[in-house]
Design a protein around this ligand. Structure first.
Ligand code: GTP
Ligand code: SPV
Ligand code: MN
Length: 596
């Protein structure tokens, strides 16, 4: 098939890779509906995809990954900078020369008998000053179809790119899905990503975590902008004014849910609305007016299925009703639809669990087993979302009023607190910790440090990344800089129950955050920052779920627990040696002094 571009840097790079992997043929993805439809048909004919009920779920497909390949693999995800120090103590590093040799040896000849798909894609609205292009080569139709939902794909991307060399190289080879030979390598200094032996989302949709976070965070450091693991939502008040918040939570800790929340009834009646700009990644840059602006570089949602239902996230559920690919959920064989834990209380009787075995759903559940994998996902077009923001395609992005950090902490972290200023806010982000989830392979529920929710996604030394945050702050007029907060929807009581209802009710906390940004409400100064007075969080309509006393207890700052925490922070900080910005060391000293 003829190439879709004359760009020499692209053509010569593809030639090299063709020589390496030896495909039978090459197909350029032009972004046309006809081509996409033909690929869906082909994938169905080989069993790679299963077409779902056309009436109930039009244009929706089902896919299963290998059972050993259901999540990101952090210990096989490498940052291959020339110097180990540039990857830093929180990344797995390999010398680039050694890494290229290792993955090329695995990739060599691996496309024999297969097709090479060339996907030109844009992260961000095509032509936006904040957007960037990439080319992904893959031997998987599933990857092509997911990329066509998650990014802007096709000819137009190449037209806008022209002869430029500023694009990210991505080579994905399924190989044999051998977990022992699975590697996800980022070469930030070469704008290159190579992924072998996986077929799971974050490992193979190279525009997402690999480019839009790992490579882009490195680019942002050099070019004066930021790539963050943050959702973007707009909150419209009854006067019709919209303010935007970016929030960073670790994987499977509530970004998609917060980004699309439905306001509680009392708020809806007053005229509050929430608009979703993005659910996972933000690219952020200072605008002409001196404020920070964010775009969502993605074009779809790769969301966690379990727990998504009509009550928790109706907008996400609605987004999955057409043109969606479901991965590793369960199938209802009676009507050829999908099911997952937390969708409803009726697991299908005639079911196929996520690995493909036919089971009786209710009986299977009674044995305590899951029908869907805990990290099963939907890939849904952003345009499907009923609350998608009118600014979603705005090439300039939206102005940010607040940054919110948050994690899953059963104890310690209060429902919400505000930092004293920018540098203290950077400190608050840097000391984030959260219980691990099924989004990455490994143990679940273990508390680990996850600064800015970027632990698995920062493409360079985290100490330099913190410095970059501090430097950005210096360029901002304090009146225009976003205010920085921390939230925790996951505090538990001694019986292990969540103390805060979460989901739509999180708007009650966001309202306090916006009031703080506008200087409309007082707060209590504590050792860790500003905490709301309980009376200032609106709990009207939450009768029976949250009392003023229980609210007070989730807002509580336990000094002895926090004193313990400072030991953990100090130990973590120590890993960074002289890469730790002095500003953060000073903030830690201040916190310790405040806790005395
Ligand atoms: P990634 O796509 O992996 O980056 O995840 P995410 O941060 O978008 O997480 P998501 O919104 O998909 O939520 C993950 C899980 O957290 C789901 O099972 C949700 O039901 C649960 N969850 C989300 N928000 C809340 C909340 O406010 N309270 C509680 N208790 N659970 C929540
Ligand atoms: C995450 O794990 O944070 C995700 C899913 O958003 S993945 O694309 O697999 O990274
Ligand atoms: Mn994510």
């Amino acid at each position: 098939m003829a190439a879709l571009t004359q760009n020499k840097s692209i053509l010569s790079w593809i030639d090299e890779k063709v020589e390496l992997v030896k495909p039978d043929k090459i197909v350029w993805i032009d972004g046309s509906e006809e081509q996409i439809e033909a690929l869906r048909k082909e994938a169905c004919s080989t069993g790679e995809l299963i077409k779902l009920n056309e009436e109930l779920l039009p244009d929706c497909y089902y896919h299963r990954t290998a059972v050993n390949d259901v999540a990101r693999v952090e210990d096989r995800t490498l940052i291959c900078s020339k110097k180990e120090e540039d990857a830093g103590p929180t990344n797995h590093w390999m010398d680039p020369e050694k890494a290229y040799k290792m993955v090329y040896d695995i990739a060599r000849d691996s496309y024999k008998g297969r097709t090479m798909y060339v996907i030109p894609y844009s992260m961000g609205p095509i032509g936006s000053p904040l957007a960037k292009a990439g080319i992904e080569l893959t031997d998987s139709i599933y990857v092509v179809l997911n990329m066509c939902i998650m990014t802007r794909v096709g000819k137009k991307v190449l037209e806008v790119l022209g002869d430029s060399n500023d694009w990210v190289r991505g080579l994905h080879c399924k190989c044999d899905i051998d977990a022992e030979k699975r590697w996800i390598c980022q070469f930030p200094e070469d704008n290159t990503i190579i992924s072998v032996n996986s077929g799971y989302g974050g490992n193979v949709l190279l525009g997402k975590k690999c480019f839009a976070l790992r490579i882009a965070s490195y680019q942002g450091k050099n070019e004066g902008w930021q790539a963050e693991h943050m959702l973007i939502l707009g909150i419209e008040n009854p006067k019709g004014e919209v303010k935007y918040i970016c929030a960073a939570f670790p994987s499977a800790c509530g970004k998609t849910n917060l980004a699309m929340l439905i306001p509680p009834e009392g708020y809806r009646k007053k005229g509050y609305k929430v608009w979703c700009v993005g659910d996972d990644i933000s690219w952020i840059r200072k605008g002409k007016d001196g404020r920070l602006y964010a775009i969502n570089p993605e074009n779809g949602f790769f969301g966690v299925a379990p727990g998504t239902n009509e009550k928790s996230n109706p907008n996400a559920l609605a987004s999955t009703k057409k043109g969606t690919i479901f991965t590793n959920v369960a199938r209802n064989l009676d009507d050829n639809t999908v099911w997952w834990e937390g969708l409803d209380k009726n697991p299908p009787v005639n079911a196929e669990e996520w690995t493909g075995n036919k089971v009786n759903g209710p009986e299977y559940k009674a044995e305590g087993k899951n029908l869907a994998h805990p990290n099963s996902r939907f890939t849904a077009p952003a345009v499907n979302c009923p609350c998608i923001s009118s600014e979603f395609e705005n090439p300039e992005g939206v102005p940010i009023s607040a940054f919110v950090f948050g994690g899953r902490r059963a104890k310690l972290a209060p429902l919400v607190y505000q930092s004293r200023d920018w540098n203290h806010g950077v400190f608050v982000g840097s000391i984030m910790a959260s219980e691990t989830t099924a989004a990455a392979a490994g143990a679940v529920g273990v508390v680990r440090r996850d600064p800015m929710a970027m632990l698995p996604f920062c493409g360079y030394n985290m100490g330099d990344y913190w410095k970059h945050w501090i430097e950005i702050g210096k360029t901002l007029d304090p009146d225009k800089a976003p205010k920085i907060f921390n939230v925790n929807w996951f505090r538990k009581d001694d019986e292990g129950n969540f103390m805060w209802p979460g989901f739509g009710d999180n708007l009650r906390v966001l309202e306090w955050i916006l009031k703080r940004c506008d200087g409309e409400v007082d707060a209590k100064e504590t050792a860790i920052g500003y905490i709301p007075y309980a009376k200032d969080i609106n709990i009207e309509g939450l009768e029976g779920e949250v009392s003023l006393e229980s609210l007070e207890s989730i807002l509580d700052v336990d000094k002895s627990l926090w004193a313990n925490e400072t030991d953990g922070i100090a130990e973590f900080y120590q890993k960074f040696g002289d890469k730790l910005p002095k500003e953060l060391a000073d903030e830690l000293d201040t916190l310790k002094a405040n806790l005395k």
